[in-house]
Design a protein around this ligand. Structure first.
Ligand SMILES: [Zn+2]
Length: 352
């Protein structure tokens, strides 16, 4: 199985060429399942347990000095996954292109034009005090959304059941007509609408356990009863909008500052599980933020790695029951590097 490495993509695709050249001694041996089409998988009888998407452009998305949503987050996470052997079983894949039409299903034309106008030729510019754009940022945001859509295509095509997208910038705060909270395009909402365009997909769920409310996903999906959005979040806290919308397909789960894993598990069990049982989604998308971790510098919840493992197991169980096992997860927040790496690792291991 390891003899046909010519089919595999360049190893460590989250690195730039310079970084890769200086790290050749740590190369991972790719396996044949990397980068092959579904047809080839079937022809060889190979089924990857999980697909992981990433792209070097995600690290080239620049933000202001000292900004918490920094390129090191992704570099640190991918290095951790490599050290733990995850990437040997699931070599990283590169997303294919995203069309403007896919973006415009979720966002207004004015929003896309605003992003295109705002992107600088060099340097970085603020769109608001939190949200920055450099010369590569819109491309990174497009590729992040594309990664989640590629993951949707993979699980719907039967190439795998589980996908994790190691992306930045995050997306769940981006509303239909505005960028905010480090987010330019709402990758998961774009992917949910993309999924609904595929045959036999009538209902989708977005499960968001980032510590911040998924206001952007609620905004984009509130007019789509076929998409259920469940979001747990510290409250009152940023972004403090869209969290009081009462609709059958919107499940808001506020948690007081200081809440721990027991509080989180009780709230998810009482709010999310019956809602998903009611909705019976054909596909589950996850906004996987790890900033509810007790070590995270941006918020004040007290979750630990085992709580992320627990919520992921709940998601897997729901997917196995209602969604043919199909889960596509995308990285959102998480700003303590060790907490992010360890929590995302627990999440991915549970998905596998
Ligand atoms: Zn967050």
């Amino acid at each position: 199985m390891r003899g046909l490495n010519a089919f595999a993509p360049a190893t460590r695709p989250w690195l730039t060429n310079t970084e890769r050249a200086s790290n050749l001694g740590r190369r991972v041996t790719p396996r044949i399942c990397a980068g092959l089409s579904f047809f080839t998988h079937r022809a060889w009888g190979i089924f990857c347990s999980m697909h992981i998407y990433t792209h070097p452009e995600f690290i080239r998305h620049e933000v202001a000095e000292g900004h918490p949503e920094r390129p090191e987050r992704l570099r640190y996470l991918m290095d951790h996954l490599e050290r733990e052997g995850i990437l040997e079983d699931c070599p990283p894949r590169l997303p294919k292109d995203l069309t403007d039409a896919q973006i415009l299903a979720a966002h207004s034309a004015e929003h896309l034009q605003f992003l295109q106008r705002s992107e600088p030729d060099q340097g970085i510019v603020p769109l608001d005090p939190d949200t920055w754009m450099g010369a590569r940022s819109l491309n990174a945001a497009r590729l992040a959304a594309s990664a989640v859509c590629s993951g949707v295509d993979d699980v719907l095509g039967g190439a795998t059941e589980r996908v994790f997208c190691a992306v930045r910038p995050p997306g769940h705060h981006a509303e239909a007509a505005s960028a905010m909270g480090f987010c330019l395009l709402n990758s998961v909402a774009i992917a949910a609408l993309h999924a609904l365009n595929q045959p036999n997909i009538e209902r989708v769920a977005i499960l968001d356990f980032d510590v911040h409310h998924g206001n952007g996903s609620v905004d984009i999906c509130k007019g789509h009863p076929e998409i259920m959005v469940c979001s747990s979040f510290q409250h009152p806290y940023y972004p403090n909008r869209m969290h009081d919308i009462e609709q059958p397909n919107i499940v808001n789960t506020p948690l007081l500052a200081g809440s721990d894993g027991d509080d989180f598990r009780r709230a998810i069990t009482s709010d999310w599980l019956p809602a998903i049982e009611r909705h019976r989604p054909d596909l589950i998308l996850v906004s996987a933020g790890f900033d509810a971790h007790r070590l995270d510098p941006l918020a004040a919840l007290n979750l630990q790695e085992q709580d992320f493992e627990w919520i992921t197991q709940q998601i897997v169980d729901l997917a196995n029951q209602y969604s043919g096992g199909r889960v596509v997860s995308a990285l959102e927040g998480g700003y303590d590097l060790d907490a992010l790496a360890n929590s995302a690792y627990a999440h991915i291991k549970t998905l596998m």
